[in-house]
Design a protein around this ligand. Structure first.
Ligand code: GRF
Length: 197
């Protein structure tokens, strides 16, 4: 299974996917790293693993249709079968969502369907969890549809919220389980694909 990873930031989830492949836990190839940010840390990781990279931003195009067409072309050129959103902060154009229906996975740093939606990213998520008084948080892998953070849930793992937690300490605990469950969810998809005759 060929995976295209989309990342906007440092790329620790991208690294976790690559490590799972290296360990033989996940049988897949990462054929593309796409980022909307030209200075994303994820580019360094891609370089270390000789993974092809593309910087693609809507700002480079006159309208969304042209942007979406370019994204589809990049995906086709790199033979991408499944897209993994690893800290990708932009909405995927509808045309791409339709073309890759049930083949786009996102990792979210909370237990969806709570604490998701537009604006719920990074420290905002953990601040909201702490403000709610929830005793559990965690990570969620879900399929991407046309709405932010609303597609079907594939895998979740919880972490305990302690009374002394700060947004930073909670983020660190959640990130650890993100790195566990994202490769596992991808593995489930890769195995399903291998079993199709
Ligand atoms: C992670 O917390 C992920 O859940 C969220 O963005 C963060 C990305 O971190 N969507 P990294 O770039 O993978 O280190």
């Amino acid at each position: 299974m060929n995976i295209g990873v989309f990342a906007s930031g440092r790329g620790s989830n991208f690294q976790a996917i690559l490590s799972a492949i290296e360990r033989g836990v996940l049988s897949a190839n990462v054929t593309l790293l796409l980022s909307n940010k030209s200075d994303a840390g994820a580019f360094e990781i891609a370089k270390a693993y000789s993974i092809p990279t593309v910087h693609l931003s809507q700002k480079q195009f006159a309208d969304e249709a042209l942007y979406a067409t370019a994204m589809l072309e990049v995906l086709r050129n790199h033979h991408v079968e499944l897209i993994a959103l690893a800290g990708y902060l932009k909405k995927i154009p509808t045309i791409v969502v339709r073309e890759f229906r049930h083949r786009i996975l996102n990792i979210h740093p909370a237990l969806l369907p709570s604490f998701g939606g537009q604006g719920m990213y990074g420290h905002h998520v953990h601040e909201a969890v702490l403000a709610s008084g929830a005793k559990l948080s965690g990570a969620t892998v879900h399929l991407v549809d046309e709405e932010y953070d609303r597609g079907p849930i594939v895998l979740q793992k919880t972490v305990a919220v302690d009374e002394h937690d700060t947004p930073e300490s909670l983020a660190a605990k959640v990130l650890k389980v993100e790195h566990e469950i994202f490769p596992l969810a991808l593995k489930a998809f890769a195995e399903k694909e291998n079993n199709v005759v």
